[in-house]
Design a protein around this ligand. Structure first.
Ligand code: COA
Length: 567
């Protein structure tokens, strides 16, 4: 079938749906919902059998839903309506929630029901639930709906038939006055729930050091107490605010009134205010990197917020990695975080720097140092284990390991070009030909499209896909890593690795790859063409796209091709 995804942005859910529908052998294209005319133009060009709207911020125009079947993905259970579904589900401590696929009609979220899939709620941020449970349920529900659409006998169920028995109901937009934390009354659990229910968007409006800000990335601050509402400590990137019965770490903050109105680490935004605060070591406070060891295997966790890795975070991770290589273990597993393995250099920290070009340079060099240390490791077998999505330089950093394992739902975005034609580094010019072959290397870097694990496996970006519930992923990784460490020929494998590294080095030293990549990156950062700086600004400030990139809108390429043929 020909399926048009009409969406506000190519977000993680839309990416998963795009690859899943393509795997189901549908012809899929994407149009950003910019205005009525462009949406209609896309339809005229593509002539879709079905329109699916995975993520919209406005209603589908009457002229479209009246003439085409349009299915809306709503992140709520049957009967639930309104723009803050997941936010309410978290605040109301729902045990289960769901995704419903509805047909667009005159009333928002009130169309006939095509499919609905439920899931168990988890104690996590809204963004994490969205990227995991909601996305998995959405893919299932859309696949069911698409199958039903192909059955001429199928009739969707009108909402009014379900409305009396349905648990879901119409709920308003969750405004900041509902979200607001009352630091004098709310206990720690309530504070954490409120912040998680608004993280990554819109955040909770709060006051820090007399400034009106939005707060994100909250964690229980073990063992700290103070006067409710007071900032009492700092640790790493976070500051600590006391609640009525304990305290919470706040890792990230956005000051909308500031000229840098994007998320930044709290201790960066308030650098001049936090100096005198009581400092808690990261290991006992806001911990972003930790190491654990079990049965000959060392596990390095680094759940950096949004998968972004600043210069300092890369340097800290390198230090932790070097420590791990000194241990008497056989295997090191790079675990990343639950939601992202890594999304490459930290674009927000670069944007806020005095010289974004210098900070970009420092950040990519720090990434390269880490990548190089992983490539040069001959004392251990190194594994990258992707629990969550991975993008740009993060993909190539992961490939620096000997083996890459990923959960079946991981989406990879192994390209830099969308960031203003960034050339990229992390030794990708060495790693891709080595693990994927020259042809695949070209395909991977030029495509600018997300890919699912089976494609990544075929291309050599991954070695193993771990199936099953996400909750079982860490246990599955531990079991595989233990088997790897305890295999009888581990010393042979390590020796083979050392020989291969020496051969590769003799053929072309790593320093030459780095030098060539960084020469191109220098042009991106310091050259005449400002594309990277413009693209980064647009990304960090979330400037809405004014058209759909041609890499996504394949229907527009069809027209271009036709025009070329006619010409
Ligand atoms: N630096 C800073 N923030 C980043 C980031 C980075 N490298 N990559 C992602 N983020 C942030 C996004 O701004 C967003 O922030 P929010 O919480 O305020 O919404 C959040 O992480 C999630 O990213 P989003 O783009 O919504 O996720 P996605 O799953 O839809 O898309 C990517 C994933 C990887 C395609 C996309 O995030 C991306 O292009 N990131 C930039 C990668 C890059 O070019 N890095 C530099 C070169 S190495």
């Amino acid at each position: 079938m020909r399926i048009l995804l009409l969406t506000h942005a190519f977000n993680s859910l839309t990416q998963r749906l795009f690859v899943a529908l393509q795997q189901d052998k549908h012809e899929v294209t994407i149009e950003f919902d910019i205005n009525d005319e462009t949406a209609q133009e896309a339809i005229d060009l593509f002539q879709p059998d079905l329109i699916v709207a995975p993520y919209l911020k406005r209603a589908i125009p009457d002229s479209i839903w009246q003439n085409y079947t349009c299915l809306i993905v709503h992140p709520g259970i049957i009967g639930d309506r309104g723009p803050s579904s997941l936010d309410w589900a978290i605040l109301n401590q729902e045990k289960t929630w769901g995704v419903t696929v509805l047909q667009a009609n005159a009333e928002m979220d009130a169309g006939d029901i095509w499919a609905s899939v439920e899931f168990e709620m988890r104690d996590a941020t809204k963004a994490s639930l969205y990227r995991n449970e909601v996305t998995t349920a959405a893919v299932k529900a859309v696949q069911q709906a698409v199958e039903k659409f192909q059955n001429p006998e199928f009739k969707p169920t009108p909402l009014k038939q379900k409305i009396l028995s349905a648990k879901g109901k119409l709920r308003p937009l969750m405004a900041q006055n509902i979200r607001r934390i009352n630091w004098q009354k709310d206990n720690t659990n309530t504070v954490l729930r409120k912040i998680k229910g608004a993280d990554g968007f819109p955040g909770i409006r709060d006051n820090l050091f007399g400034q009106d800000v939005f707060i994100y990335d909250a964690h229980l601050a073990q063992g700290l107490k103070g006067e409710a509402g007071e900032v009492i400590a700092r640790s790493g990137l976070a500051i600590c605010k006391a609640t009525t019965d304990a305290a919470v770490w706040i890792g990230h903050v956005k000051d909308k009134s500031h000229h840098h109105a994007f998320k930044l680490p709290a201790t960066v935004l308030f650098a001049d205010k936090v100096q005198d605060l009581f400092e808690v070591p990261e290991a006992e406070g806001y911990q972003q990197i930790w190491y654990e060891e079990d049965k000959d295997v060392g596990y390095l966790h680094f759940p950096f917020y949004n998968g972004a890795m600043s210069t300092k975070q890369c340097q800290d991770l390198l230090a932790a990695y070097q420590q791990a290589t000194k241990k008497n273990t056989k295997v090191i597993v790079l675990m990343g975080g639950a939601d992202f393995w890594s999304n490459g250099i930290h674009l927000n920290m670069i944007e806020v720097a005095k010289s974004p070009a210098d900070e970009s340079w420092a950040n990519i060099n720090a990434m390269d140092d880490l990548s190089e240390a992983i490539i040069r490791t001959t004392s251990h077998i190194v594994v990258s284990a992707m629990q969550g999505n991975v993008g740009a330089g993060g993909v190539f950093l992961a490939r620096a390991a000997d083996e890459v394992w990923a959960h079946e739902h991981v989406i990879l975005n192994p390209h830099y070009k969308d960031m203003g034609n960034l050339y990229g580094s992390e030794y990708w010019t060495y790693l891709l030909p080595k693990y994927c072959g020259e042809d695949h290397a070209n395909r991977i870097t030029q495509a600018r499209l997300p890919m699912c694990v089976s494609e990544a496996l075929d291309l050599g970006l991954l070695d193993t896909v771990i199936q099953g519930e996400k909750a079982g992923f860490i246990e599955a990784v531990k079991s595989k890593a233990t088997t790897l460490a305890q295999q009888s020929n581990i010393y042979d494998a390590l020796q083979k690795k050392e020989v291969q590294r020496d051969q590769d080095e003799a053929e072309k030293p790593l320093s030459a790859y780095r030098e060539e990549e960084l020469r191109r990156m220098k042009k991106n950062f310091y050259g005449f063409d400002p594309s990277y700086h413009v693209a980064r600004y647009n990304f960090v400030y979330k400037v809405c796209k004014s058209r759909t990139p041609l890499t996504l809108a394949s229907h527009r390429n069809i027209r271009m091709n036709d025009l070329r043929r006619v010409g």
